[in-house]
Ligand binder design. Sequence first.
Ligand code: 5CA
Length: 449
Amino acid sequence: MRLSRYFLPVLRDVPKDAEIASHRLMLRAGMVRQQASGLYSWLPLGYKVLMKVQKIIEEEQNRSGAIQLLMPTIQSADLWRESGRYDAYGKEMLRIQDRHERDFLFGPTNEEMITDIFRSYVKSYKDLPLNLYHIQWKFRDEVRPRFGTMRSREFLMKDAYSFDLSKEEAVKAYERMFVAYLRTYARMGLTAIPMRADTGPIGGDLSHEFIVLADTGESAVFCDKRLLDKPIPPQDTDFRGDLSPIFEDWTSHYAATEDMVDMSEFEASVSEENRVSARGIEVGHIFYFGTKYSEPMKATVTGPDGKEITVHMGSYGIGPTRLVPAIIEAFHDDDGIVWPVSVAPFEAVLINLKAGDDACDAACDALYAELNAAGLDMLYDDRDQGAGAKFTTADLIGIPYQIIIGPRGLKAGEAEIKHRKTGERETLPIGEAVARLKGLIEPQRKTDI
Ligand code: 5CA
């Protein structure tokens, strides 16, 4: 992408009402624009990151055996009356009437709708287990939308729903999602710790929140330090096999959010030097709730003996529009964002220090073509602007590598590579730049961890 042809409205001033680093940086880097309280447009740079986050989520959901579909944002109130949640959900639900004065709502979650889809088509135990997911906008009329897209009113959610014959089978489905989640966050460079959690309006008795530790996190959390550097289940994990050893290993260490913590249990089960008491951002939440929806909505299948069985369900949420700021909270410095390669809007930025100079333009244009051909996701700063402004922008928007070409280096046949994370700089022959960048970037894509 040539920057001269891109839409990147970076702000020079620090927005005053943005309280946390990620919110400030997303506004400054031209990633999002607030349209009303808790409602955001995703501008091109932000949208590109969001799509990379979404792709990782999809790949790991698919790997675990979940199947993607897409349900509408607007739902019929009648469906929610069947489960009893239409009245129970309260003011967080945005209620809508159509021209025929029929009651609708903007979905805050989709348990009812997916249960309706299930009961309409699935009739036999032979069709189970089944896990269906979508990535769709949700609306919750939050009392305090804040921190930009971290807690917004309209937000994206990946929500998956599992259907099984028994509690025992449903727990296996839960474990598959648990492992998929560990892999999903790790591929984004994040350490997200599963913690025992409250189930709130979704319901059920088995639930984990996935928490990224951050001082600006909204909840207080308590956990065992050894969870922070536990190895992540690898790509060849057999999702058709028994995942309970992985689940038990992770859940054997104490970890709970403030709603669930029992301080005496925390202190009894974690030695003092391993106790972490910190703040965290909830980037995912998984639930097993048995027959809470299938019972009132009559989602049953015929069992092997011909009897009707009410299915056991779970639901599994991840917030992509919250993950983007959560990643920024984890990866930024005084100069701006420092994206992990796997979710960076561009993997490298080619900086032409003297746009308009024939030799610089020719060398940069040729190199840009080669970098693209090598499969690198490139931004090309070909604007007629001073070097300082170009470096400031590149640092602010957090592109992992800068490859810099100027008239002086060019005479010597040299390019410079700057590593955004460390500030390290290396000078090398232009002819070696493509291979060097490929070598730096490819292992960090984390597509095969
Ligand atoms: N139906 C279940 C799971 S599919 C559910 O709704 N779970 S949830 O309420 O915990 O939300 C799932 C995830 O959505 C959260 O972990 C969080 O990452 C994201 N999320 C929830 N509320 C917001 C919000 N107001 N803004 C941004 N992301 C949110």
